[in-house]
Design a protein around this ligand. Structure first.
Ligand code: CP
Length: 344
């Protein structure tokens, strides 16, 4: 697809060649993300980072990615400090913010809200997570990480065997990852969750319709055997009716070094979208794995910067200008973005 000016709302928009294109641009971003080179290719451009749910990685890495490309970042965090609490519609909000911005990232607690916002936006919108629905850029950075980790192990994405563990009902990162895996070949997915927190039927059916093998497990020790990647998730407490309801599921599946050594194949990659819940009641991914070289969680977060830089470069059409950039301003605002009054 031609990414220029496009919204990125769901991984369902992406073909295999789209994913490969994003990964190829992400590779080119490494020297810039690592501060070996500097580019100002997005000087003059403005990102609006609208986060109406808690975030550390997504908000800051989108902001850092934009800054690394030379652009400026506006932010608003929390519904309480936004005029949405005064009853402003997402449509009005989008028309206002898109007048201030060249690209927008939004996280919102309601599934479908980012797509609804995007319909009225004159600037491209990236979904930073909408309720328990999707988190497409997390899935892209996860898949990019999986590909790199598999490459080190002389394996490829086609033929991947992955166990997804934990809250598969409410975890938007795992929903997007499972949907994105559809575009590859011969995938085996172990779904390891308490019966009440199984992945949505639609997500499972789509994987099966694409010809992939899906196996259900409610015992951790069985589900994590014979896979290349363990993708562990947190119980999404914020989606439950109460903390008391969520606590029933916390701590049911815990991966620690002893469990890993006993049940996983050697060099199984350990991933988690983070944050992991380190409180005593949860600990789905133990800190005793922190010195295990197969723990890829902080490589995931580093890769998030590359993927988000790549998406900005593709959407704002500066991929080919980055390496040859020399002047302070290589990017220009598109005058067509300005909303014209209907009577003009
Ligand atoms: N993985 C992720 O979305 O992290 P944050 O909630 O900190 O952004």
């Amino acid at each position: 697809m031609n990414f220029v000016g496009k919204h990125i709302l769901s991984v369902a928009q992406l073909s295999r060649s789209d994913v490969e294109q994003i990964f190829s641009v992400a590779d080119k971003m490494i020297p810039y993300a690592q501060r070996q080179r500097i580019t100002r290719v997005l000087a003059g451009a403005i990102l609006s980072n609208l986060f109406f749910e808690a975030s550390t990685r997504t908000r800051l890495s989108f902001g850092a990615a934009f800054n690394l490309l030379g652009g400026n970042v506006l932010e608003t965090t929390g519904l309480a400090s936004s005029s949405l609490v005064k009853g402003e519609s997402l449509q009005d909000f989008a028309r206002v913010i898109s007048g201030y911005s060249d690209v927008i990232v939004m996280r919102h607690p309601d599934a479908g809200s980012v797509a609804e916002f995007a319909e009225s936006s004159r600037s491209p919108v990236l979904n930073g997570g909408d309720g328990s629905n999707e988190h497409p850029t997390q899935a892209l950075l996860d898949l990019y990480t999986i590909e790199k980790e598999l490459n080190y192990r002389r394996k490829s994405l086609d033929g991947l065997r992955i166990a997804v563990v934990g809250d598969l009902k409410y975890g938007r990162a795992v929903h997007s990852l499972l949907k994105l895996l559809k575009v590859f070949h011969n995938i085996t997915v172990h779904m390891v969750s308490p019966p009440d927190l199984r992945a949505p039927e639609r997500v499972i059916a789509e994987l099966q319709e694409a010809g992939h093998e899906v196996r259900d497990f409610d015992q951790l020790e069985l589900g994590i055997q014979a896979v290349d990647v363990l993708y562990v998730t947190r119980t999404q407490e914020e989606r439950f009716s109460s903390a008391a309801e969520a606590i029933k599921y916390k701590g049911l599946f815990r991966i620690n070094q002893a469990v890993y050594t006993q049940h996983c194949e050697p060099n199984t990659v350990i991933m988690h979208p983070l944050p992991r819940d380190s409180r005593e009641t949860a600990q789905e991914l133990s800190e005793d794995l922190d010195s295990n070289p197969n723990l890829a969680v902080f490589r995931q977060t580093d890769n998030g910067l590359l993927i988000r830089m790549a998406l900005f470069a593709l959407i704002l059409d500066v991929v080919d200008k980055i390496e040859f950039h020399s002047a302070p301003v290589a990017w220009r605002a598109d005058p067509k973005k300005w909303e014209q009054p209907p009577f003009d």
